[in-house]
Design a protein around this ligand. Structure first.
Ligand code: TRP
Length: 76
């Protein structure tokens, strides 16, 4: 069975530093729109990849984002 190349991609991690942090997935391709919003409460962690369906994410709220490129903190 052919495996999607996206399953080989790095993971990123979003750790919520307050309640109600949103991790919003944006669609891949010419039509860029929100397709999924995951709500995290303080201390919750989301571990995810960029996929065939998701080319970008938007993080709303106070969080720490760990990627291959480094660690980024959103400001308040
Ligand atoms: N079904 C989505 C996908 O395969 C799940 C997902 C993966 C996702 N990474 C994400 C949703 C990042 C929101 C943000 O693309």
């Amino acid at each position: 069975m052919a495996q999607s190349p996206y399953t080989q991609q790095d993971y990123f991690v979003v750790k919520a530093k307050e309640n109600g942090v949103h991790v919003i997935g944006l669609t891949r391709g010419s039509d860029t729109r929100f397709h999924h919003t995951e709500k995290l409460d303080k201390g919750e962690v989301m571990i995810a990849q960029f996929t065939e369906h998701t080319s970008a994410i938007k993080v709303r709220g106070k969080a720490v984002i760990y990627t291959h490129h480094g660690v980024i903190e959103t400001s308040e």
